[in-house]
Design a protein around this ligand. Structure first.
Ligand SMILES: O=P(O)(O)OC[C@H]1O[C@](O)(COP(=O)(O)O)[C@@H](O)[C@@H]1O
Ligand SMILES: [Mn+2]
Length: 326
């Protein structure tokens, strides 16, 4: 019997529960200084919830390769097996350090598309460049220098370079880039972790104040960000970065033949996808988990690229069975 089609409309609601469950599981570990425990809690919960979905899912972006990740490893089959063949990209806790330190913008993230729709990015770095919707394709490119990108974006927006804010991961490897951006008069929003959120921020500049994202971060996070921007609009360019031959061979093992390719958003996510993210700590796109004695409250953003629909779901979850309020 042939497998049913990818019904993004129905599956999306199930996907929201998956990111919700991961966030709820990490709630007690926010600000506890234990990144590993927070990540593990999110992984377990995400996997349990994912396995309830009627899909024949394959994790293509996950916690790592099978030998280093016992759960949600790349290639793991998830779901009941009774349903459409789908590819899944996930990061059960994007911002493990942010969570452990109770700093802003930690999220749980998951994206799903028909089988073959998501780039099998190896766990190496990726040079990334993103802007929000409304610009002509290629308004900024990875070939341009950081200052040229700022000037090009300012010209396209009809503003001065001082009116542009660029989000960058604060890392020693980015020091020169940051200095060059500042020569243009543009502002730099430094984040200590979490470039999926950093890139999503470009899609809602009114809410976040961020116009452009640039710099290197995890390639898996690049694919997740591409899925988000496919739903929200905006451009993303990514180029895999290899530090040694082992990283190159991992890419080749993942089926990548051209190691110098610049991927666009739609090269990373080739068909319509669904994307869900739940806030763990307070952030610019999503509020974090709120803890009360009897309830945990989460907010989830759920999006479908086919329609461009964006749904925000607030979930008040009773922590333990409590009698009906009097
Ligand atoms: O810390 P590095 O090595 O610069 O890597 C950057 C990557 O790590 C993160 O900041 C955090 O990712 P995790 O919390 O999932 O480990 C990503 O957002 C980013 O892509
Ligand atoms: Mn991550």
């Amino acid at each position: 019997m042939s497998k049913p089609d990818f019904n993004d409309r129905l599956l999306s609601l199930g996907l929201a529960r998956v990111s919700e469950a991961a966030a709820l599981a990490s709630a007690r570990l926010i600000g506890r200084g234990d990144e590993k425990a927070a990540d593990q809690a999110a992984v377990n919960a995400m996997r349990d919830q994912l396995n309830m979905l009627d899909i024949a899912g394959t994790v293509v972006i996950g916690e790592g390769e099978r030998d280093e990740a016992p759960m949600l490893y790349i290639g793991e089959e998830v779901g009941t097996g009774n349903g459409p063949a789908v590819d899944i990209a996930l990061d059960p806790l994007e911002g493990t350090t942010l969570t452990a330190k109770d700093m802003p913008n930690a999220l749980t993230v998951i994206a799903m598309g028909p089988r073959g729709s998501l780039l099998h990015a190896p766990d190496v770095y990726m040079d990334k460049l993103a802007v929000g919707p409304g610009y002509r394709q290629g308004v900024v490119t990875l070939d341009m220098s950081p200052s040229e990108r700022v000037s090009a974006l300012a010209a396209a927006r009809g503003v001065s370079t001082e009116d542009i804010t660029v989000c960058v991961l604060e890392r020693p490897r980015h020091e020169e880039m940051i200095a060059e951006i500042r020569t243009t008069g543009a502002a730099v929003r430094l984040i200590t972790d979490g470039d999926v959120a950093g890139i999503i921020h470009c899609a809602e500049p009114e809410r976040t104040g961020i116009d452009m994202y640039m710099g290197s971060g995890g390639a898996p996070e690049g694919v997740l960000a591409a899925a988000a921007l496919k739903c929200m609009g905006g451009q993303l360019y990514g180029k895999l970065l290899f530090r040694n031959d082992d990283e190159k061979s991992r890419a080749e093992k993942a089926g990548i033949t051209n190691l110098n390719r610049v991927y666009t958003r739609d090269d990373m996510v080739t068909r319509d996808v669904i994307f869900a993210a739940t806030g763990v700590t307070d952030g610019s796109i999503l509020p974090g988990i709120k803890r009360e004695v009897t309830h945990l409250t989460t907010e989830t953003i759920l999006m479908r690229s086919k329609t461009g629909s964006v749904r925000r779901m607030i979930y008040r979850n009773p922590v333990k069975h409590s009698p009906t309020p009097q």
